[in-house]
Design a protein. Structure first.
Length: 138
């Protein structure tokens, strides 16, 4: 474990929310406006997706740009650089494993980045889930 630069930094990192973040809530509302039934806190699914559309079998992960290594926005911290590179790489590997497991169980997995517009992300989810419905019923 790396040594934090300061007690304030360590305290701030520990307080980061893991569930019910602003991007998750905004996406949840955008999906509900589109009349999707959305569930949260589905501990019975691998990887605990942030949002689940059970009727369509869609699992949604809302990824924070820092913690999941967003290709657009992630910048490796200068302090403890090697540790952070390994940490974020590990998070990315875990994300891929979770998605693979869910796909093998027949779920559509959608990843939304925290910087994405919730309405556009909901539209993308809707498009993919409808396309999936057509394929399943054909």
């Amino acid at each position: 474990m790396p040594v934090p630069k300061s007690d304030i930094v360590a305290s701030n990192m520990r307080r980061m929310p893991t569930r019910g973040t602003k991007p998750e809530v905004a996406l949840l509302q955008a999906l509900q406006i589109r009349n999707f039934r959305v569930e949260t806190d589905r501990t019975d699914l691998p990887g605990r997706p942030d949002l689940v559309l059970p009727v369509r079998r869609v699992a949604v992960f809302v990824n924070g740009c820092f913690w999941h290594g967003c290709p657009k926005h992630f910048v490796v911290p200068k302090n403890n650089r090697g540790w952070w590179i390994e940490k974020i790489d590990g998070n990315r590997r875990r994300d891929r494993r979770k998605a693979t497991h869910l796909r093998r169980l027949g779920w559509l997995v959608v990843t939304v980045w925290e910087h994405e517009d919730p309405s556009r992300a909901a539209q993308r989810i809707q498009k993919h889930s409808l396309r999936r419905s057509v394929k399943r019923h054909s």
